[in-house]
Ligand binder design. Structure first.
Ligand SMILES: NC(=O)c1ccc[n+]([C@@H]2O[C@H](COP(=O)([O-])OP(=O)(O)OC[C@H]3O[C@@H](n4cnc5c(N)ncnc54)[C@H](OP(=O)(O)O)[C@@H]3O)[C@@H](O)[C@H]2O)c1
Length: 361
């Protein structure tokens, strides 16, 4: 797969909205772990999604995946999937190092894309991909499913309506001890390995969803023996604005401790916690602190999650494609761009900038 130059002046007209009376036809690009998990969840929303085709670099693997998941067409290359006329949108599920090339291939072939997180491995590649989608007039979204979860949307609503005052601090960790082989994508520099891009992207998106782009990123951490970031903590700061006091966030990601999947948000007049994880949360506890004395009160909000919870992002993609919307307000391009900038700054503090260059395939 090669990258053709972008034409900075070309802009395509809006695409024709997909009809409401049939499910969106998905193509699954890559047959790894998340490709299978996402496919299983698409099956749970048959009015909105149909898995029309799958592609692998290996034709036999594509056939096997198609047979296992009941998918009508198996393609032995990503190129074949990109040119399948009966696919509306492609789910890109390769390692992050290969997101850009695969998503470019699909966009240039006229396909909308949902690209696994992080959208690409660097801010430059992220800007390039978002620009290409805009030029082609096609939908492109980072698969940051956490932002599509109903409880996370409710949390974002608390910021917008100001009911608990301003957010002053976000504390968020996503860690687990990983003892796989050095060639595994999590540890392999050639596959954009490291904790920050793979796991740290969630705490970064959680903090940015609540506070926007930070003014300062500081970090400490250490590298694995393969040279990727294995353990990394970050401290983010947002300066005061006319409408908001200053705020901070402390984020932790690691392949060397845990497991931890925690989010706690300190508003001026409340604290919000996610007792059973924040990535696809089913429960959120809001503890309010009365300003004029009285007892603290805790209220639990719950959500029903079909399957693992990937369906919410797929339904958001369907909503956008049926409405003719090129971008989603739940995971807008500017949030993906800002997150890419924070991820790169965080990585640069840990590895001296070695790993933050482009990882284009
Ligand atoms: N949203 C989530 O909860 C979640 C969870 C896990 C991972 N992810 C994201 O999903 C992406 C894939 O993760 P995964 O855990 O599914 O990885 P994986 O199990 O290693 O699968 C990746 C697949 O990508 C394809 N691929 C293309 N080029 C490759 C290369 N050079 N080396 C290895 N595989 C290559 C392979 O499929 P073919 O052989 O069929 O071409 C492979 O099976 C990552 O970007 C990750 O961040 C998201």
């Amino acid at each position: 797969m090669t990258s053709a130059p972008l034409d900075a002046h070309r802009r395509s007209p809006a695409f024709t909205p997909l009809p409401e009376d049939r499910p969106v036809r998905w193509g699954i690009l890559a047959t790894g772990g998340i490709g299978a998990r996402f496919t299983r969840d698409l099956r749970l929303i048959p009015d909105d999604a149909e898995v029309a085709a799958v592609a692998s670099r290996d034709p036999a693997r594509a056939e096997e995946f198609a047979a296992e998941h009941g998918i009508p067409r198996a393609h032995g290359s990503y190129e074949e999937l990109a040119s399948d006329p009966d696919v509306d949108v492609v789910y890109v599920a390769t390692p992050h190092s290969h997101h850009l090339a695969a998503a470019e291939l699909c966009l240039r072939a006229g396909k909308h894309v949902l690209v696994e997180k992080p959208l690409t491995a660097s801010p430059a590649d992220t800007a390039r991909l978002l620009e290409l989608a805009e030029q082609e007039g096609l939908f492109c979204m980072e698969a940051m499913w956490t932002r599509c979860n109903p409880l996370m949307r409710q949390l974002a609503g608390f910021v917008d309506d100001g009911r608990f005052g301003a957010v002053r601090h976000v504390s968020c960790s996503f860690t687990f001890p990983f003892d796989g082989p050095p060639e595994h994508r999590l540890l392999n520099p050639a596959l954009a390995g490291g904790a920050i891009l793979d796991l740290g992207v969630y705490p970064v998106h959680a903090a940015l969803m609540l506070l926007g782009r930070p003014d300062r990123v500081r970090a400490e951490g250490s590298l694995t023996s393969t040279g990727v970031d294995g353990h990394a903590a970050a401290l983010l700061r947002w300066d005061a604005t006319a409408s908001r006091p200053p705020a901070t966030a402390s984020l932790l990601t690691s392949l060397e401790c845990g497991p931890a999947e925690s989010l706690s948000v300190a508003f001026e007049h409340a604290r919000v916690d996610f007792p059973a994880g924040f990535i696809a949360p089913r429960s959120m506890i809001v503890t309010t602190i009365p300003t004029a004395g009285g007892e603290r009160e805790s209220r639990e909000y719950t959500a029903t999650i079909p399957g693992e919870g990937f369906g919410f992002e797929a339904q958001e993609v369907a909503r956008c494609l049926r409405a003719g919307q090129r971008v989603s307000p739940l995971v807008p391009p500017e949030a993906t761009r800002d997150a890419a900038g924070v991820l790169a700054a965080w990585r640069a503090e840990i590895d001296g900038g070695r790993g933050t260059g482009a990882h284009s395939a």
